[in-house]
Design a binder for this molecule. Sequence first.
Ligand SMILES: [Zn+2]
Length: 572
Amino acid sequence: MARILITSAIPYINGIKHLGNLVGSQLPADLFARFNRAMGHEVMFICATDEHGTPAELAAAKAGKPVEEYCAEMHEVQKKLAEGFRLSFDHFGRSSSQRNHRLTQHFAGKLAENGLIAEVVEKQVFSIDDNRFLPDRYITGTCPNCGYEAARGDQCENCTKQLDPTDLINPRSSISGSTNLEVRETKHLYLKQRALKDKLEAWIDSKTDWPILTTSIAKKWLNDGDGLQDRGITRDLYWGIPVKKGDEPWPGMEGKVFYVWFDAPIEYIAATAEWADAQGLDDAAWERWWRTDKGAADVTYYQFMGKDNVPFHTLSFPATILGSGEPWKLVDYLKSFNYLNYDGGQFSTSQGRGVFMDQALSILPADYWRWWLLSHAPESSDSEFTWENFQTSVNKDLADVLGNLVSRVTKFAVSKFGNEVPAGGSFGPLETALIADLGARITDYTRFMEQMEVRKAAAELRAIWVIGNEYLQSAAPWSVVKTDPEQAQAIVRLALNLIRVYAILSAPFIPDAAATMMQAMGSDDWTWPTDIPAAMRTLPAGQGFTVPENLFRKITDEERADWQARFSGIRS
Ligand SMILES: [Zn+2]
């Protein structure tokens, strides 16, 4: 039994995520977690909400709520949606937890002890009416380059020129609109990433099994231009983790908080500690996942994320870990995804374009979405959601191929032989051939799942469903029963066993349908099939079974057209 630690990139707190976000990290991470549990491994699967920073403060202000209350509510909303999509986290934590406060302060203290923190005095724009420093992108003004009147302090959206807030003509606060601004000095902490460059590069070079996409992005950030830069880890904000050096105050940093990018990945560790707390376990229970000196030496750690998060997880977070000088677990394998586009354009949170997690579940159950998203995961390149493709995939793969097989077999079996697995006949050449074919395909499927080849695994699973249908076509029990009822019983017995095996193999993709299939077969034996001849005889003659409710319904052309219109833009 292996020990597998899995983290999904943590979703930001301000609002509901769309399906592109879901398939870029949480959903494939769930597939991998479910598969590894099914293989009998010990799995710890962690996610959380990423709660700090200015966007959360502004979203709370817009909602007319204190930021603590807003984040607590939105965390519950995201948690419920994760449950709706059957994301099987061992814990869904919060980056605002006390656990994360203490760990983040601990890491900062260690980095300071090791000479990896610089204190830098810089000039920043302060809004007197807002009584706060303004991050660059929350300052609006006229672009000195093109005259665009709504240029942001970090960049002009119109001419794309990189700007300093002090470049703007007639600058004003994007929060209140106030022009009562002044430049003030403020002190911030910087993580000296440049000093860690050689260590980071050696570590990345040691990862010979990482995808080229991952290592090339990391190398680019390490070496292109001026190379890896030191990075600010603090902000003048209210909402965040107060700056401390371990348990001690940090002189000169009173009233400041850690920058959200610094504390967010530490939440992977903190959320595991939150899990232990929630289970009533002691520190040893979570440390054995994260501290190589306390039992984590045999843990293999996998991270799942969108490609935009790769620099961060290959450089910034490892810089924190390596720089601490403590034996924390570093990632072993990083699975990154390209983008899912939506119906000829992009998903857009700000424009409400595309399907969001709550809307998806309001029109169809989770399995429909899970199947489409995973079987079209944007692995080697971007992929695109279209309603036509979704309709075809659901109607063919789920309804025609899998659902129809389960329905036909169980209904026929009940009508001819009653509600028990029939005993007659024995397996002949057709059954032997199917079992051999299944064995080879399940070996491939298992390998693709181990390698996190999500689309290839989905294609193989579909092929496994298809050969069951082909077998039934050839074996034709509905004809055989007229001439050789004993043989028809053997065919039905095999087909009922096949449904149980399909439940096991399909569960990582479509857990609800799989549970329905297993329950209908009157079994609770989820052992991953390795000995296929034995697996096809697991349900004994006389075992009771039922005809399950229709597993999947078809999507009509009217529904497709209706949804296409409804989700084309401006979320209502
Ligand atoms: Zn401009």
